[in-house]
Design a protein around this ligand. Structure first.
Ligand code: BG6
Length: 510
């Protein structure tokens, strides 16, 4: 992070859902890391609130343990000073009286520490509360900015479908201005997702090729080797399309496909992403089965260990039709991308954890060197978002020896080789930006609504049409085989960075 930009204003950070998993694993460790790096202001307090009745002392102790367990930074020297800035107050999320108590508690901390009125409200709660909490805060005047800025950070999902997202939007905008609302999409906080912008727009050599004349298709894969773990209850009412595609993967598509922004101003970047979303070719209801493949993982054995199927996971209904895998084909109807298919694939319990954008370039118009070993005709630029962040260029080289045998070779850059500087986590980056009031890496209402609009035909067909198949796939494989048929050109396939699970289960091949 750029320390020269480290001016942040005094404020109180309020976390709703402070006894939850996200607070423990990500939010508080990220805030501690900012504190250690002197990126928090001199006067700062964190007020946690949730239904649990905890004292300040208990909350501090629990957060200390989380900071040590889910370490963001290898420096424990500031931990006592940091947890001294933590406070807790219980709340009944829809009880007016408790918001009055919250306001009093905030006033007390403000006066005691001379912090002033700047406040961030982070909603790390079940989505059903995203409308209620901001409304209640406004009812006790905690949205007013006369004594300092007030910002609302909302986790995904923003709505459950287009209709509920529109309702939530109207509900929020009654009391809060768009500039006060920060919709978090933690993929935008990932260093290598931001690097998409830098790779594209700081190099003269990629951009001329980045269009329909040279690109055959674009693939965006986000594979996870884990199952739904303890989140079966949430996931079963969400599914991979809502959980990963509507937000994270469409945002990555936006950054991959956007036009150069006029500047690095938040509005300039977000306008270009929005234009991509507005250019997504609507999916026709009758085409859903052809362009959207859904799958659900089945019980299997991975590395000798039995793994439950999705329907056996805790919190999941035994007859669940929720998808844990999605593969989607779509087009962006604009001058740059007209006719270029985009393929998105994501799933749980796949062979490895990897997220990458692959630009598949068109093959040469006439291939002189055909030989059996050179099976993949095009060049590929692989932008690895995680893990082992970096960039890989695949191209053909002469195999040493007689004749003109060609083989694929890789030119490979690993982000870790750039410097010893630690890469901040996505949450650290986004929390820091929210404190500075920089909304560049947060999703704007229109983007979220366009994304829902685009996916509505798929959501409706999957919900209402029993004829649209849900394919099973054994846990630990790359999803249903049918997903391969999405790719039009028979000579091209998805990139399989890892065919089988490696011994350590991490990323196996570049
Ligand atoms: C979350 C989803 O938003 O992103 C999870 O709710 C998913 O289901 C996670 O596992 C993936 O994030 P990351 O950063 O591990 O790729």
């Amino acid at each position: 992070m750029n320390l020269s930009m480290n001016h942040t204003e005094n404020h109180i950070y309020v976390i709703f859902g402070a006894s939850g998993d996200l607070t423990k694993r990500k939010l508080v460790p990220a805030l501690y890391s900012l504190f250690v790096q002197n990126l928090l202001p001199e006067k700062f307090a964190l007020l946690g609130t949730s239904r649990s009745s905890l004292t300040n002392v208990e909350f501090r102790q629990s957060m200390k343990e989380s900071i040590l367990e889910f370490k963001e930074i290898d420096d424990e020297t500031g931990i006592e000073e940091f947890i001294g800035k933590l406070y807790y107050t219980p709340i009944g999320f829809d009880e007016v009286a408790t918001y009055i108590a919250l306001r009093e508690q905030l006033n007390f901390i403000r006066q005691d520490l001379e912090i002033g009125g700047n406040t961030v409200f982070y909603l790390s709660t079940p989505p059903s509360l995203y409308g209620v909490i901001p409304q209640q805060l406004a009812a006790v005047g905690l949205n007013h900015q006369d004594d300092g800025w007030k910002r609302l950070i909302i986790e995904k999902p923003f709505g459950y479908d287009l209709e509920s997202a529109l309702q939530l939007k109207d509900q929020l905008l009654k009391d809060w201005a768009e500039e006060q609302i920060f919709r978090i999409d933690h993929y935008l906080g990932k260093e290598t997702v931001q690097n998409l912008l830098v790779t594209r727009f700081s190099n003269g050599m990629f951009e001329p090729l980045w269009n329909r004349n040279y690109v055959h298709h674009v693939e965006i894969t986000s594979a996870e080797s884990l199952g739904v773990e303890k989140r079966g209850g949430y996931y079963d009412s969400s599914g991979a399309l809502r959980d990963m595609v509507q937000n994270h993967l469409l945002q990555v598509t936006g950054l991959t496909a956007m036009e150069p922004p006029s500047s690095l101003e938040p509005a300039a970047i977000r306008n270009e992403i929005l234009k991509v979303f507005q250019s997504l070719r609507p999916i026709r209801r009758e085409d859903v089965s052809k362009v959207a493949i859904r799958g659900q993982y089945l019980t299997s054995t991975i590395k000798g260990k039995p793994v439950p199927g999705y329907r056996e996971e805790p919190g999941v209904s035994t007859g669940s039709l929720t998808e844990t895998f999605v593969a989607l084909k779509f087009y962006i109807d604009n001058w740059r991308w007209g006719g270029v298919p985009f393929y998105i694939r994501t799933g749980k319990r796949l062979p490895t954890r990897v997220t990458e954008v692959v630009i598949h370039f068109k093959p040469t118009p006439h291939f002189l060197f055909s030989n059996e070993k050179y099976l993949q005709p095009g060049n590929q630029l692989v932008i690895r978002i995680q893990p082992d962040e970096g960039i890989l260029l695949k191209f053909g080289m002469k195999t040493p020896g007689a004749g003109f045998e060609v083989q694929n070779v890789n030119m490979d850059f690993h982000y870790s080789g750039l410097s010893n500087q630690r890469i901040p986590s996505a949450y650290e980056r986004l929390i820091y930006d929210s404190i500075k009031g920089d909304a560049t890496l947060f999703a704007r209402t229109e983007e979220v609504l366009e994304a829902w609009k685009f996916l509505t035909p798929v959501i409706e067909a999957w919900k209402n049409d029993r004829k649209v198949p849900l394919f099973g796939y054994p846990a630990g494989t790359w999803g249903p085989d049918t997903a391969d048929d999405l790719i039009e050109d028979q000579e091209m396939t998805w990139r399989y960075p890892c065919k089988n699970l490696s011994d350590d289960g991490i990323y196996c091949e570049l």
